[in-house]
Every structure is written in structure tokens, then in C-alpha cells.
Design a protein around this ligand. Structure first.
Ligand code: PGA
Length: 257
């Protein structure tokens, strides 16, 4: 971590939790984290539980994010959720997660529309980028991160409300997190790309998270890296106590600065 930037830990619950389970998990996380840790903590429940989770965290330091969004403000897009619907309920929205890119064929230009729509509706986008194992083995990691970062942020001049998460696809849900050095390098590549499009100052202020098999056991070493400003946590975010351990690891790292 770096003292110029805020620390963020976001829990991506993916397609897990019923409405009742989402409420209890939010309550559990709220209780387990306790008071302020100097970290922005974000819960990302499924759409159907967003309002309930927003209710559960009211009056606490916890924030809420959607996991996806359609770029249009409204209209004939059966099954989709618009930014106008989210803006009353949550503050952040995850965009371009690798599962959206892989299973729902979301490409950089569509993701870019979503990032722009989020900003236009006062939502803070958490843009996800990351290479597959095949791309890494072919030595194309930097190239992929540059393309996804440029593509996702194309035409956006003010990055002050944007968050980026570097999530190598091979590390997601596999129990094989990137080494702290690889995470740092991936984040540095993203920051360098942002600097080339928006200037060094904006790049230095941008929070860049690492995601992919973050756990209570490896969080401290990942967050100790200068370029890693926190984590986007999947599996471990479904366990309140472990998620709180990850938040505390971020808080402890921040307090050291
Ligand atoms: P994981 O997922 O922590 O379960 O690897 C991370 C993510 O996809 O955001």
C-alpha cells in the first residue's frame, strides 16, 4: 500500500446467497469488522439482495456495490439492471469482471460504455482487468492489461471516482493467488497505462486492488506491496470472520504508513 491512496477491500459475493443469507452475511460482516479500520469496505451482493444489504449496513462504515449493470438508463433490455436503478441503492458497481467477459462475452467497448454510464449516474465503477493463464504463458500479460485498461477507460477524463482491480483469471477461485510480486507488477502495469492516458498525478491517486484467491492468510503479504491498494475478494468474502481478517490486514498495513 501507499499512503497517497485510500485502502479498499471489496467482497464480491458473486451468484451466492439467498435474500435471507445475504442479510445474515451483511450482519455478520458488520459485527466482525466493528469500528472504522481506515479502510473502505464494500459488499457486493447479488442484485436481488442489494436493497436488503444496503439496509443492513445503514449507519455503519460499510458500502455497497452491484456486481454488474447495463449501460443504458432504461428501456427494452429484458433481465438487465440500469444505472438509474442502482444509484438509489448503492455507491459502487463492479464492471468487466472476468466472469462477465468470459461467460457473457463482454468486450472492452461495452465495458467502457458501462464505466461511462456509472460515472454519469454518480456511481463509482470498479473496473476489473486481468489476463488468462494462456495469455500469461504466452508472455502477453502486460499487453492484455494495457488493452483492457485503455479500452475500459477510453474517453474518461476524470478518474477521481474510479477504482481498478487487477484480477489474473488463473488466480480467481483457484486457491492459487498471484505472488505478492506478481500482483505488484500487474498493478504497476495498470498504473503505468493509466499514467500514459491520464497523466502521472491521476495515476498516482487511482486505487488499484488485487483480486484472485485473496484469503485471511495471504492478505497481509499482498497488501504490503506498494502498488496494491487493497483487495477484491470472492470466496473468502462469504465467510464474515475471514473477510474481517482481510479488512484488518488492510487496516494494519495502512496504519504502518
Ligand atoms: P476469489 O474471487 O477470491 O474467489 O478468487 C475473486 C474475484 O473474482 O473477484
Amino acid at each position: 500500500m501507499n499512503k497517497r491512496r485510500v485502502a479498499i477491500v471489496a467482497g464480491n459475493w458473486k451468484m451466492n446467497t439467498t435474500l435471507g443469507e445475504a442479510r445474515s452475511l451483511a450482519q455478520g460482516v458488520r459485527a466482525a469488522i466493528g469500528g472504522a479500520q481506515g479502510v473502505t469496505v464494500i459488499l457486493c451482493p447479488p442484485f436481488i439482495s442489494l436493497a436488503a444489504v444496503a439496509d443492513e449496513v445503514r449507519g455503519s462504515d460499510l458500502h455497497v456495490a452491484a456486481q454488474n449493470m447495463h449501460p443504458e438508463a432504461k428501456g427494452a433490455f429484458t433481465g438487465e439492471v440500469a444505472p438509474t436503478m442502482l444509484q438509489d441503492v448503492c455507491e459502487y458497481v463492479v464492471i468487466g469482471h472476468s466472469e462477465r467477459r468470459a461467460y457473457f462475452k463482454e468486450a472492452d467497448d461495452f465495458i467502457n460504455k458501462k464505466v461511462k454510464a456509472a460515472l454519469a449516474h454518480n456511481l463509482r465503477p470498479i473496473l476489473c482487468v486481468g489476463e488468462t493463464l494462456e495469455e500469461r504463458e504466452a508472455g502477453r500479460t502486460a499487453q492484455v492489461l494495457e488493452r483492457q485498461t485503455r479500452g475500459g477507460l477510453e474517453g474518461i477524463v476524470d478518474l477521481s471516482r474510479v477504482v481498478v482491480a487487477y484480477e489474473p483469471v488463473w488466480a480467481i477461485g483457484t486457491g492459487r493467488a498471484a505472488t505478492p510480486e506478481d500482483a505488484n507488477q500487474g498493478n504497476a502495469t495498470v498504473r503505468r497505462t493509466v499514467a500514459s492516458i491520464a497523466g502521472a498525478e491521476a495515476a498516482q491517486r487511482l486505487p488499484i486492488l488485487y483480486g484472485g484467491s485473496v484469503t485471511g492468510a495471504n492478505a497481509a503479504s499482498l497488501f504490503a506491496q506498494d502498488e496494491v491498494d487493497g483487495g477484491l475478494v470472492g470466496g473468502a468474502s462469504l465467510r464474515a470472520e475471514e473477510f474481517a481478517t482481510i479488512v484488518r490486514a488492510a487496516g494494519a498495513q495502512k496504519a504502518r504508513m
